[in-house]
Design a binder for this molecule. Structure first.
Ligand code: AHG
Ligand code: MN
Ligand code: MN
Length: 360
């Protein structure tokens, strides 16, 4: 026979069930100021977007017009899936008439989208990747959404360049992601630790499941698309040869950054999307992919680097700028970086030798 729950266990379960996302934000900011209330309300709207997207995904195969491609190509020259557009519009819709976010900038929109009725009140911009891991949509594998909240300085922007967003990642006020997996998980930080919430479908609420996540300083996972092996610079190839030759490493790669990152955040290791010889800047976008995840990993005691610079120190030159990304446990990121540095030094030395041989 099952043992009856002790009162303190019941109390704990009740306390956990009552710690919803919006309450948690207020608790963590330790204030009921207008600013804290506003941020908590923004997080609540992001949670609503996550629930709408999760619901749509859970029935995707049963409904017409959810799976597959649109005929469009986005600002990055990539094909667009119907789900990318749906999710992009969900984020816009949940913030309409909320008074909360004045401007949204996303992977799927060349220029930022202004919700003008909010702009007299709101000082925030939401940057987001509505669906991360789009290639997983049609095969029912994990997907994500990534977001960051930044202070807004411009309220009007005729050319859509959003100059005031071109600042380093330490300016982010909050960042997080949603993982649409067997359960829907939301992870966020307002610069006071990293916390995860799981959607309880019976309540329709995100309930706290992991507070103050700390990434191990080293982990066994390396997560990279090895299909690009011969397109990388030698430094990355050497690092991959190193993990092949040494015990204690194992590969995991899902095709969705959010899922791969979530594993590393909790269990340690490193995710890499380096540049290639043809495309030094890599694939991932700084403002709504790399920088939000860098904000989280630093909060969890890990690191994020381009290979030569901390991701959070990079000042973008344009809204949709790409960046190489090496992110995860402190020691594993440092190891990858040491290969990059050694290779750069060897290359510089070779160049010096070459010049010294050329007659002046
Ligand atoms: P998105 O679906 O938002 O364009 O992002 C896809 C990203 C990322 O989720 C993933 O890690 C990576 O692209 C996969 O790219 P490859 O197929 O080149 O490995
Ligand atoms: Mn993405
Ligand atoms: Mn995307």
């Amino acid at each position: 026979m099952a043992e009856a729950q002790q009162p303190e266990q019941q109390e704990y379960a009740l306390e956990r069930d009552c710690t919803t996302l919006s309450r948690h934000v207020l608790q963590h900011l330790q204030s009921f100021s207008a600013e804290a209330q506003e941020l908590s309300a923004v997080m609540n709207r992001i949670a609503l977007a996550a629930k709408l997207i999760a619901r749509h995904l859970s029935r995707a195969g049963l409904m017409e017009g959810v799976l597959g491609f649109t005929d469009d190509i986005n600002v990055h020259g990539e094909t667009v899936k119907k789900m990318d557009i749906y999710a992009n519009n969900v984020f816009i819709s949940v913030f309409k008439q909320s008074g909360l976010v004045c401007r949204l900038a996303s992977e799927e929109m060349e220029k930022p989208y202004y919700i003008s009725e909010n702009c007299s009140r709101s000082r925030y911009t939401l940057l987001y990747d509505p669906i991360d891991g789009s290639s997983n949509i049609d095969i029912n594998m994990s997907l994500g959404s990534i977001f960051a909240i930044r202070q807004q300085e411009e309220t009007e922007d005729s050319d859509g360049a959003a100059q005031d967003l071109l600042q380093h990642g330490r300016k982010q006020i909050a960042a997080g992601y949603v993982l649409y997996g067997p359960s829907t998980v939301l992870v966020y930080s307002v610069g006071k630790g990293v916390h995860s919430f799981t959607l309880d479908p019976s309540l329709g609420e995100f309930i706290i499941t992991h507070e103050n996540i700390q990434t191990p300083s080293h982990g066994p996972i390396y997560s990279v698309n090895e299909g690009n092996f011969w397109q990388w610079e030698e430094a990355i190839r050497e690092y991959i040869r190193y993990v092949h030759r040494n015990q204690g490493y194992t590969a995991r790669y899902s095709g969705a950054l959010v899922g791969d990152f979530h594993r590393i955040l909790l269990q340690g290791g490193v995710f890499l999307y380096p540049g290639t010889l043809e495309k030094l800047e890599g694939k991932l976008r700084l403002l709504y992919e790399s920088a939000p995840l860098a904000f989280l990993i630093e909060q969890a005691g890990g690191r994020a680097s381009t290979g030569t610079q901390e991701i959070l120190d990079v000042v973008p030159e344009k809204l949709h700028q790409r960046t190489p990304l090496i992110i995860g446990s402190e020691e594993d990121v440092a190891l990858v970086q040491s290969f990059i540095q050694q290779w750069a030094e060897a290359k510089a030395e070779k160049e010096m030798m070459r010049r010294s041989r050329v007659p002046q």
